[in-house]
Ligand binder design. Structure first.
Ligand code: CP
Ligand code: NVA
Length: 318
């Protein structure tokens, strides 16, 4: 267990130079230690200065939280970011990823990437000689899940045995919640309409990774998914790149809106989480998003703290 800064450092030091493409890339102990370091950085108990390190950001999709939290995290670590938006680099004119990754490795100390295919991210990691971090793909959103479980830990204490229920699309966010939750001993229940369940390979991987008896379950009935849960979570019904499916998805997801009826089925102390941006009146009601159970802005803030911890670990600042 990573209970003090010495053991946290001992656990995280070997992560220097590593990629973080998936929550499954780190062990249970490493994930727990990252959350501990995140808390220490957040409270001011720990300060880390990496001294002039540079993070490149290659984002092919829109972002507010991920982009800004990486930028601020690097600033707090004494470093900076370089914006490598494909529209302003030769990537947008077709320069091969293989060449781009090798060139950027000569200038930057790490790269955070937001893109569509996980395979593209894996290819960057193969060609780059510096750490590559997943800033969201269609398959996973690992930094988001770290922030989500830090938020849950802040409210409820030790995560083992807690239950998080996600209602909605079995997408990137749901996948990362299952993988990260299983490593932290959290029971993760996904409630999705038929045809929108998470990938069975990820469900199987999460079940294999599960520690302390954590249970990963998928339901088509949102009420069954949320019963007694300590955290209720949802995300947009149409993710970035799925805009054309917006209206068919709105129809398919009827009954899966996170509103007061679903909240009433959860634990009476349950908190509400959403990765944001939110569509009030679709996947979540305004009443619940703005209500007393909502922790969505603490959750958004925690992106900064977990990414600062992650950067410190992979850049070798411990
Ligand atoms: N939750 C999240 O990743 O937000 P952004 O799309 O604004 O980065
Ligand atoms: N599932 C959403 C998450 C946004 C943070 C998307 O991929 O667009």
């Amino acid at each position: 267990m990573a209970s003090d800064s010495k053991s946290v450092a001992a656990i995280l030091t070997p992560l220097k130079g590593r990629d973080y493409l998936s929550n499954g890339d780190f062990t249970s102990q490493e994930t727990l230690a990252l959350l501990e370091l995140s808390s220490q950085l957040k409270s001011g108990k720990r300060r880390i200065d990496l001294g002039n390190r540079v993070l490149g950001l290659i984002f092919t999709k829109a972002s507010t939280r991920t982009r800004v939290s990486f930028q601020v995290a690097m600033a707090r670590l004494g470093g900076q970011i370089v914006d490598l938006n494909p529209q302003i680099t030769q990537l947008g004119r077709g320069e091969p990823l293989e060449d781009t990754a090798r060139v950027l490795s000569r200038f930057c100390d790490a790269i955070a990437i937001r893109t569509f295919a996980q395979e593209e991210l894996v290819k960057y990691a193969y060609w780059a000689s510096i750490p590559v971090i997943n800033g969201l793909t269609d398959l996973e959103h690992p930094c988001q899940a770290l922030a989500d479980f830090l938020t849950m830990q802040e409210v409820f204490g030790p995560l083992t045995g807690q239950t998080l229920a996600y209602v909605g699309d079995g997408n990137n966010v749901a996948h990362s919640l299952m993988l990260c939750g299983s490593l932290l001993g959290v029971n993760v229940r996904i409630g999705s309409p038929k045809g929108f369940e998470p990938m069975s390979e990820i469900v199987a991987q999460a079940s294999r990774l599960a520690v302390n008896g954590a249970c990963i379950e998928v339901f088509n009935d949102p009420i069954k998914a949320v019963e007694g849960a300590q955290a209720l979570y949802t995300d947009v019904w149409a993710s970035m790149g799925q805009e054309d499916e917006q209206s068919s998805r709105e129809e398919a997801f009827q009954g899966f809106c996170l509103g007061s009826e679903l909240l009433a089925q959860a634990d009476k102390e349950a908190i509400v989480l959403h990765c944001l941006p939110a569509h009030r009146g679709q996947e979540i009601t305004s009443e619940v998003l703005e209500g007393p159970s909502s922790r969505v802005f603490d959750q958004a803030e925690n992106r900064l703290h977990v990414q600062q911890a992650l950067l410190a670990a992979v850049l070798g600042g411990l």
